[in-house]
Design a protein. Structure first.
Length: 335
């Protein structure tokens, strides 16, 4: 049986593009894209993606091990599954991306940039995911896009929920079943996005009507240097999700919920953060604190308390250099 991760990194194709074992049939759809379907029926369609940023390796290794267990018959698949390693070229180079951040290019935004490998990959992945969901009839659709953060964080494992227009498609904002799974899989905090974006999870939520979430699962390390024991809870959650065997412990601490209140946008090369680059995600600031300057533009804390997420002054002009958050009640997840 082939090694899905090594085949992805090498750029080779399997000798056969489809096959089966006693439990499932599989189809190789493209480099880094594998579809697996149980032989005896299924109850939901699940997309698991990692490597959208090529240097975020721990989730890639988790999914690779999961696929290996399924292909070798060590675990029984109970859902229809699409596994995606998003940016193989960046994975090989150990880079976040090669030319353009792939996670800014979905929902057709790839058309706004000069053509390159990443714009082509975003277009390809959109079509493959649409086809995957369209080929099944059951109502429950899930997508978890697995990442690791560049910097340390006060919440080691957190999720980013895509923006959903209140009441769109006649459904609640976010699925209670998905949120329960996130909570019991060790996710400590959730961030509600307040605007459409070019992320993979926003695409699957908005255009495929999937319950989607981007998961940040610790700090980025090179291949082979990850302590996968730190990812035990999310790994148990993924196994439970695809096998239907509940392996999840009771979650002791309530999950914290934040929503985006403002974006720190880099307009020019004059942009400077007013705090050290080493500051952790979810560091708290108080009303009136100066966060950043960009020429004559200044960004300050607007609420009584705000928390910073993904500060990065080195992004290109025109891109987001950080997000500011406020803490909100858990009920905010449901409308």
């Amino acid at each position: 049986m082939f090694d899905f991760l090594q085949m992805t990194l090498s750029g080779r194709e399997p000798q056969e593009h489809s096959g089966s074992n006693f439990n499932l049939r599989w189809r190789w759809l493209a480099q880094g894209v594998l579809e697996l379907e149980p032989l005896h029926g299924y109850w939901k369609s699940v997309v698991l993606s990692a490597g959208i940023h090529g240097n975020e390796t721990a989730p890639i290794e988790l999914l690779a091990a999961l696929v290996s267990d399924l292909l070798h018959g060590k675990r029984r698949l109970q859902v229809r599954l699409l596994v995606i390693f998003g940016n193989p070229a960046a994975m090989v180079n150990g880079e976040r991306y090669n030319q353009i951040d792939l996670n800014r290019l979905f929902s057709g935004r790839y058309a706004q940039f000069p053509a390159c490998a990443e714009t082509a990959r975003a277009e390809q992945l959109e079509q493959l995911v649409r086809d995957f969901y369209d080929q099944s009839n059951e109502s429950e659709r899930l997508h978890f896009d697995l990442h690791t953060a560049i910097r340390e964080s006060h919440h080691q494992r957190f999720g980013l929920l895509p923006y959903i227009d209140n009441g769109v498609y006649g459904r609640p904002l976010y699925s209670r079943r998905m949120l329960d799974w996130l909570h019991h899989s060790g996710i400590e905090a959730l961030v509600i996005n307040q605007a459409p974006s070019g992320t993979f999870s926003y695409f699957t939520s908005q255009h495929c009507q999937a319950d989607s979430c981007t998961l940040e699962l610790g700090k980025a390390q090179p291949f082979g240097q990850n302590d996968l024991n730190q990812f035990a809870l999310i790994n148990q959650g993924l196994i439970s999700l695809i096998t239907g065997i509940n392996m999840l412990p009771h979650a002791a601490e309530p999950i914290k919920v934040y929503r985006v209140t403002q974006e720190l946008k880099k307009i020019s090369e004059q942009f400077q953060l007013n705090f050290p680059e080493s500051v952790k995600n979810f560091t708290r600031f108080s009303a009136g604190d100066l966060l950043a300057r960009d020429g004559e533009i200044s960004y300050q804390v607007q609420q009584s308390e705000e928390w910073v997420l993904f500060p990065n002054a080195s992004v290109r002009p025109g891109l987001r250099a950080g997000l500011m958050l406020v803490q909100v009640p858990t009920d905010s997840l449901f409308g």
